[in-house]
Design a protein around this ligand. Structure first.
Ligand code: NHR
Ligand code: GAR
Length: 222
């Protein structure tokens, strides 16, 4: 059996994806340990959730740093002090500069609320509805310098229903995000995933398209 996966989680807000990781660790479904939760927003509810779970927190506001890069280097110096194996962006709302992203290449993932490569960036629910799409979803990808453009590991789909607005669609998607993130982290905990120059590898074989999580929380057959 493989060792416990150590994580640092970055949040900017509510922290429901963080809570899903905490709950999955507690229940034994995920062999991982969150070493620290960090946020760019002091008031983030995610920090309160971490405190309630006894996880060390760091709130570091960007204000006062002379540049985006200076802030990012300060933030990632704090992360490095915990020496996590993997950094998880879970509702982290600040674009990270290339040097820190490159230093953590293959060791940092993000959960994004769209079926990437569709709708990188913000307001994804509204954009999917306005485009007339019949389905939407979430993606977990390795973080690369270009925002939401790193290789996609896994996705989950939800229908877009007549009468949906961004709020109803987000509410349908959110529990599926939680399942996607924890199931993907379980693959890391089992040491089954790796980002090599040739692409993402699962069990040593190149992944030629993203994994897809089914409604029963199992991976669909390739
Ligand atoms: N950084 C890099 N370099 N690459 C990625 O793939 C990143 C990243 C930082 C965050 C999450 C991402 C998402 O899932 C993420 C992926 C924020 C913005 C954004 O425009 C875009 C994408 C994501 C997160 N942020 C504004 C900014 O100027 C601020 C918006 C706000 O504060 O509300 O940083 O969608
Ligand atoms: C989630 O829907 C996540 O996919 C999205 O923000 C929400 C955070 O919720 N991420 C982004 O939009 C990143 N730009 P949470 O704080 O409750 O996990």
């Amino acid at each position: 059996m493989s060792a416990t996966l150590s994580l640092a989680v970055l949040v900017s807000g509510r922290g429901s994806n963080l809570q899903a990781i905490i709950d999955a660790c507690r229940s034994g479904r995920l062999r991982a340990k969150i070493l620290a939760v960090l946020s760019d927003r002091i008031e983030a509810e995610g920090l309160r959730r971490a405190e309630a779970a006894g996880i060390p927190t760091i709130a570091l506001a960007p204000r006062g740093y002379p540049s985006r890069r200076a802030y990012d280097e300060a933030l990632f110096a704090r992360i490095s002090s915990f020496a996590p194996e993997l950094v998880v962006l879970a509702g982290f709302m600040r674009v990270l500069s290339a040097p820190v992203v490159e230093a953590w290449a293959g060791r940092m993932i993000n959960i994004h609320p769209s079926l990437l490569p569709k709708y990188p960036g913000l307001q994804t629910h509204r954009r999917a509805i306005e485009a007339g799409d019949r389905e939407h979803g979430a993606s977990v990808h390795f973080v690369s310098a270009e925002v939401d453009a790193g290789p996609v590991i896994a996705r989950v789909r939800v229908p877009i229903l007549p009468g949906d607005d961004p709020e109803t669609l987000a509410a349908r998607l959110l529990p599926r995000e939680h399942a996607l993130l924890t199931a993907t982290l379980a693959l890391f905990a089992e040491r089954r995933l790796e980002w090599r120059p040739a692409g993402i590898h699962l069990d040593g074989c190149i992944l030629d398209r993203p994994l897809e999580l089914g409604a029963d929380d199992r991976w669909l057959p390739a």
